[in-house]
Every structure is written in C-alpha cells, then in structure tokens.
Design a protein around this ligand. Sequence first.
Ligand code: SAM
Ligand code: SF4
Length: 350
Amino acid sequence: MSKGVYIHIPFCVRKCLYCDFCSTGDHSLMKEYVNALINEIKEHKGTFADTVFIGGGTPTVLGDELIRVINAVKEAFRLEPSCEFTVEANPGTVDYNLLSKMKEAGVNRLSLGVQSFNDNELKALGRIHSAVEAKEAFLMARKAGFDNINIDIMLSTPHQTLESVKSTLEAVKEMNPEHVSAYSLIIEEGTPFYDMELDLPDEDTEREIYYYTVEYLKSMGLERYEISNFAKTGYEARHNIKYWTQEEYIGLGVAAASFENNCRYTNTCDIASYINGKRYDEREFIDKDEQLKEKFMLGLRMSRGVKYSGEFEETIEKLIAKGLLEKKDGFVHLTEKGFDLGNVVFMEFV
Ligand SMILES: C[S@@+](CC[C@H](N)C(=O)[O-])C[C@H]1O[C@@H](n2cnc3c(N)ncnc32)[C@H](O)[C@@H]1O
Ligand code: SF4
C-alpha cells in the first residue's frame, strides 16, 4: 500500500511568539541541512507514496532549495499519479516566481499560514506579514495555478474579539479557499507567550468565537470533516487523514515522525546532530491495545468516526448516553456536543 511522506523544514524567518514547532530563525545550517535531508530522501528509493506533505517551520524560506527537495522526492519515491503534494507556506515568504516553480515541480496543494486578517492580531502573534500581504499571497498562488489551497487561522488569540473574527472570516470567504484549518491558540510552555501578560478573550467570548467560526465556515460550503478542519467536498487533506486512520507514513528531516510496522519513530530536533547522521530519538512499539486506543482517539477526531465492531463497549455506551457519541451505519462518531467536548471523549480512551 502506498505511504504518506512528511518532510520537515525547521527554518522560519523568525519565531512567532506562540510557536513551539521545531524551527529556528538561525539559517546558518540551512544548506547542509538540505543536503542531509536529500540524502535521507534518497534512502527511500522505490517506495510507493500517494501523499507528500512538506511542512515546518516554513518550507518556503528555502527559496530555490525547496525545488531541489521537491525534485529529490519525485526522483526517489514512486508517486501515484493522483498523489496529493502539499507544501506549507508563510505568506511573508512567497512570491509569484517561487509559487510558479513549486507548481511546475508538481506541488498541487498549498497550505497558507494566515492566522488572522487583522494587522493588530498578526502583530501580537509575532507574525512577519500583514493582512494585505496574506491576501496577496493567496491571490498569487491562484495566479500560479493552485486550485487547492488551505488557509490556517487561529482562534482566541490576543486582542481577538467576536467582531474581529467576523472580519477575518469575511476575508476568508472572499478568498474562497478549498480548505480551512481553524486552531484555538494553545499557550505552550517554553514560548514567549507562556511568560507574557496577554490580552486574551474571556471564556464566554472564546465560546462565541468558536461557535461563530464553525457555523460561518459551514455556511461557506466547507464541511467540518475533522475537529479543526473544514473542506469543500473532495478537498479533505488526504495526508492528514492517514494520521487519523493509522495508515503508514514516513517522516524525513528533524522532528519528523514515522509510523511503520507498528512502530512510531521520532527524529531528533537537533539540526547539527541530524546533519551528522543522527536519526530517531524515540522508537515506540505500538502494541495491539495501544493501536485500539489510538483507533478511537485519532479516528473520532473525524466526522465520519470509527468503524465499530463492539470494542470499548461500556465506554462507548456511556458516551452515547451522555449525548457525546452516536452510532450510525456501522460507525461510531462524535455528535455536535461531542465535537465541542472532544477532550472529555478522548480522555475516556487514554
Ligand atoms: C507549522 S505551522 C504552518 C506554516 C507556517 N509555518 C506558518 O506559520 O505560516 C502550522 C499551523 O499551526 C498553527 N499553530 C502553530 N502553533 C500554534 C499554537 N501554539 N496554538 C494553536 N495553533 C498553532 C498555526 O495555525 C500554523 O499555521
Ligand atoms: S507558526 Fe509557522 S512561521 Fe511561525 S514560528 Fe511556527 S512554524 Fe514558523
């Protein structure tokens, strides 16, 4: 069966204030990193793949070196003709020339980290681009031929109000993307946000923002197919669905995770060690019990839910009685209430 391929690019123009992804604004090892990464890609010569996701960090900071990585992937892997090939881009790092080259090289899906269409919110997040630049990046991507674009937005960020989210969503509607990911801000330990006094929306506003966003995106014709992901029919992210359905994937580059032969491997996040040949830091065998737990913890994130054949019967019946789960056509899935209280449901399977 064809696999998913994830490739991590650990460089950004500079770190956003909330981000704990493995990435750095120090580009001194960039060239050597790309060379080491291409060597790792070559190790997989002949492997069949039907989704590729180049993420980060900010893959587009590599400029033309990104095209080298894309070409190396095409040379090494046997990509299915219908392969979904996504690259993540920060709107402050793209121009028409680079987008056209990416498209020409075979990238057929672009994921733009917009976060907000309000400049004061973007500034508070430490983003490198303005709202106008985010719109320009989107329109340039369309012009370069991208007909499958995702926009990432963030909810409950500093200074956000229901009114400001409405204006972000109106701008999203104007762009008319095929896919939207809406993530609520998580304040991660070790990030500048963790130690800052932030002007965050209160709990009631947070709920309002969340409900308004879900309903607004649905009214745009985007179906909520996963807790934080909305897509037009046929544009669901196939690569991400592999994670939620426990299909095999190969992760290349620092911090990338792989899942193969019931093992999850996670590569080191240290760029210098990676360049010196170090690969995974962690190797975890996922036994049958763990696989079953993950089947529910990951699978229930999706609207379609999990194919059900009687596992965790007591837990499932309890969650059904609480109105959080529902059984239908041989599947068990979250109800509307279950979507809102996802964490309560997932805790039951830990
Ligand atoms: C790797 S980043 C995307 C691409 C690119 N690096 C960018 O930011 O433009 C993936 C997405 O995760 C989300 N994200 C990152 N850190 C987050 C946090 N602490 N809380 C919530 N969402 C977060 C953002 O929406 C971001 O676009
Ligand atoms: S959110 Fe994106 S651009 Fe910002 S630091 Fe994280 S990976 Fe880099």
